[in-house]
Design a protein around this ligand. Structure first.
Ligand code: FE2
Length: 369
């Protein structure tokens, strides 16, 4: 290994060290200590865009949630694609909030499904982007263009760190680099969005909260080996130092391993039910993410774990360890979406059939009273 290779690897290792302070803060029940854990009476979570649209997916009332499906509107199906977008509507007393989390891959998919599902983006009280991959932010720049001037004043987009706005690449197993693009923070701000990097657990819209940056506490969850970040100039927000390195010889334009330092989860505390944790793409690990939300809030009861768990490419051993950890956490429901993979869905069905809710674009899950 030459010095450059060593230093590149050091950039990744250094990330763990440099992030320690952030993670420790996140682990001290940060929200709980400040008395800031919001509780909602009800959460209606709509998967606006997901990888599949199953017109035969079953809905109905389960023990403590209601699952509603959206049949093909006027014979025209909702659109599914490799991407994720949610509409989150929460109620506390007479107070109602709407949050848009992630923004699918294509604008045409997102706006079509928003219209069918009667989601008006201009009603949003806050926006959250989970991380900087194209299948989550893809439609956001165009959305901010068409909604410019219609958003509520001071509308804020919550990201989890600088790397949300850095250039990303995925190198597929054949060695081909797939460009994940770069979300343009300046462009979003120019169109009226306020951007906040929520590195610590942060309350959003008074009802939801983010996990903050997520400590890697399990020994089996690893960032995808295929993921890369393109290093920016040393004095830029995308310089390798922002990925955790303090001494590194990586030239701008070179690729470094992507540790998803700035990926965060979104969560709610639903009255008399517990935590609903939404991982989005779960590169930080679904178990790491859930445990971080438990630590940040001081609340142990998990009502539901939702999202892409990014286990589709994972070996059986990792799937088994994840499912074992699910059993330990013992959520009431598991809703595996997007990049979770059939391997994990089958394992959850085998081990915890009553907890499994199958995903489908257009699904509305009602948590709480
Ligand atoms: Fe994803």
């Amino acid at each position: 290994m030459n010095r450059r290779q060593f230093l590149k690897l050091g950039a990744v290792t250094g990330g763990t060290v440099a992030l320690g302070g952030v993670w420790r803060m996140g682990g001290r029940a940060a929200l709980a200590q400040s008395g800031a854990v919001p509780t909602v009476d009800r959460l209606v979570m709509t998967s606006v865009v997901d990888n599949i649209y199953d017109i035969f997916a079953k809905g109905g009332k389960l023990d403590t949630i209601t699952v509603q499906r959206t049949p093909p509107p006027g014979g025209r199906p909702l659109l599914a694609e490799h991407g994720l977008a949610y509409h989150l509507e929460s109620i506390r007393g007479a107070e109602r909030r709407e949050i848009l989390l992630d923004f699918a891959y294509r604008m045409s998919t997102l706006v079509y499904n928003y219209a069918v599902l009667k989601v008006e983006p201009a009603n949003a009280d806050a926006l959250i982007i989970s991380h900087g991959h194209l299948d989550h932010y893809g439609a956001l720049p165009d959305l901010t263009l068409v909604a410019q001037g219609k958003w509520k004043p001071g509308l804020t987009l919550y990201g989890g760190g600088e790397d949300t706005f850095c250039h990303r690449i995925v190198v597929n197993p054949a060695g081909v680099a797939v460009d994940q693009g770069q979300l343009d923070r300046t462009g979003l701000e120019a169109r009226g969005l306020k951007v906040v990097l929520a590195k610590q657990p942060t309350v959003v819209g008074g009802h939801a909260f983010t996990s903050g940056q997520i400590p890697r506490t399990t020994d089996f969850e690893r960032p995808p080996a295929a993921a890369r970040l393109v290093a920016g100039p040393m004095d830029s927000a995308c310089s390798p130092t922002h990925f955790g390195a303090t001494r590194v010889e990586v030239k701008p334009g070179e690729l470094v391993s992507d540790t998803f330092q700035g990926e965060h989860a979104t969560a709610y505390h639903v009255k008399d039910r517990g935590l609903v944790v939404i991982t989005s793409c779960g590169h930080a690990g679904v178990i790491n993410s859930t445990r971080q939300v438990q630590k940040a809030t001081g609340i142990q009861k998990v009502h539901a774990i939702v999202g892409g768990f990014h286990l589709a490419p994972a070996p059986d051993e990792i799937v088994a360890k994840t499912v074992a950890a699910f059993k330990e956490i013992n959520p009431d429901y598991i809703i595996p979406m997007h990049c979770t993979g059939m391997n994990t869905i089958i394992a959850v069905h085998r081990e915890m059939p009553k907890k499994l809710v199958m995903p489908s674009t257009g699904t509305r899950v009602i948590f709480g009273a």
